[in-house]
Design a protein around this ligand. Structure first.
Ligand SMILES: Cc1cc2nc3c(=O)[nH]c(=O)nc-3n(C[C@H](O)[C@H](O)[C@H](O)COP(=O)(O)O)c2cc1C
Length: 391
């Protein structure tokens, strides 16, 4: 948990002339509580939602959109066919052109959605039949125009639920400082077994011996920070306060970064000012880098997910596997935080990425790289209203 000590709070409080009531302090101190605030994503299996009179396909979409996705842009749109089926498209208005110029990560986010929907809808007694690229050959030029998948729900009373479906409500990306013991090979084997990935290979990098990797991750984030367009892309998707989080219901934020308590209060009210100039200032960049470095250093181990090929279909399938990996880590009590900077394909990152991937065979690609550890920080990043996704 990231928070200020009482002494530090008093020091800052006195210098800023701040007096807070107990309820205000509690409001800023959201940390390990699993209670969901209004600006957070709703539980798709909550009783209020399940009793709502909407079609099975809308219920399935509502579950699916709680999937992890890059920068929480929620890059999905749907054409409903009937109450039990729909087409999934990439939402071409929600791409990350600077950090994801090949659109690889956006397609990983299509796979996470499909797997989240398929596992989750089993809870409601349906089997999801998913056909990828139902209109035939799909290229980058088809983004937003040709569907990624056709989804058909079939009622199946005796359906055997995948145990991972139980962890959809709780799954979150945690970017806080990690605590606990280093991950062991045995921990990794349990996670690998539970995730039962279908299309990719999972590799474990223990904390011991990860010095070089940690340096490379920090160098990659420094490159993203110092490259104007890629850093600017994060600003565009950054929501500065709870009001903005509640209004846009997407993107990144201090809360999503694991900053809470009084540190959140001071950052939000005194240090973090909206606007291009402040975002790209040396102080803001240094604060971001300091936070990132401490996140990396607190990692208790790393896992990466590798595919033999690097075509669009591999990206979607890697996304399905990543969703399973994250549910399996949730099941085993570990938190997980992707560190994608080093995998990204813009020219400034080429030297760092090429060095990192130099041991791969031709055609192989590391699709996701995550740090793991334990943390009780809890924040459910928001999701837009499901009806906003429907064409
Ligand atoms: C392809 C992909 C890449 C991601 N890369 C990063 C990353 O580099 N850093 C990060 O903090 N989160 C990363 N994430 C996590 C997303 O930001 C996160 O899923 C999103 O904000 C929604 O939050 P949630 O997972 O808690 O629901 C990535 C997720 C996906 C699917």
């Amino acid at each position: 948990m990231v928070s200020f000590s009482r002494k530090t709070f008093l020091k800052y409080g006195i210098s800023f002339g701040v007096i807070l009531s107990t309820s205000q302090i509690l409001q800023y101190c959201k940390t390990s509580s699993k209670e969901r605030y209004d600006y957070e994503r709703k539980d798709p299996f909550g009783p209020g939602f399940l009793s709502e009179n909407i079609s099975p396909i809308l219920k399935a979409i509502r579950i699916g959109i709680t999937a992890p996705n890059p920068h929480n842009v929620q890059p999905w749109k749907f054409k409903l066919i009937d109450d039990h089926s729909a087409f999934l498209y990439v939402d071409e208005k929600r791409l990350l052109k600077d950090t994801d110029p090949t659109f690889r990560q956006i397609h990983i986010g299509q796979g996470t959605f499909l797997e989240n929907l398929s596992l989750g809808i089993q809870v409601l007694g349906y089997f999801a039949e998913v056909s990828l690229f139902p209109e035939g050959k799909y290229t980058i030029g088809d983004i937003g125009k040709k569907p990624i998948a056709k989804i058909v729900l079939n009622k199946q009373e005796d359906i055997v639920r995948n145990p991972l479906s139980e962890f959809i409500s709780d799954r979150v990306t945690r970017r806080s400082i990690y605590e606990g013991e280093d991950l062991t090979q045995e921990d990794f084997e349990k996670i690998r077994k539970d995730s039962a990935v279908l299309y990719s290979e999972l590799k474990f990098i223990p904390k011991a011996g990860s010095e070089n990797l940690r340096k490379q991750l920090v160098a990659a984030m420094q490159m993203e920070t110092d490259t104007y367009n890629t850093y600017e892309e994060s600003r565009i998707w950054f929501r500065y306060n709870d009001e903005e989080i509640g209004k846009f219901k997407d993107g990144l934020s201090l809360r999503a970064t694991g900053v809470s308590g009084l540190k959140y209060f001071f950052a939000r009210n005194f240090f973090l000012k909206p606007g291009v100039e402040s975002w790209h200032s040396d102080e803001n960049k240094k604060a971001g880098m300091d936070m990132f470095t401490s996140q990396v250093e607190s990692s208790k181990g790393f896992i990466f997910l590798k595919t033999d090929h690097n075509e669009i279909i591999d990206w979607v399938q890697a996304g399905k596997d990543y969703l399973r990996l994250q549910l399996a880590t949730t099941k085993n009590g570990f938190s997980i935080h992707p560190m994608s900077q080093i995998l990204q394909e813009y020219p400034e990152m080429d030297p760092i990425r090429n060095e990192f991937e130099s041991s791969l065979r031709s055609g192989e690609k590391i699709q996701m790289l995550v740090r793991l550890g334990k943390s009780d920080y809890h924040y459910y990043s928001p999701r837009r209203d499901p009806k906003d996704f429907i064409l």
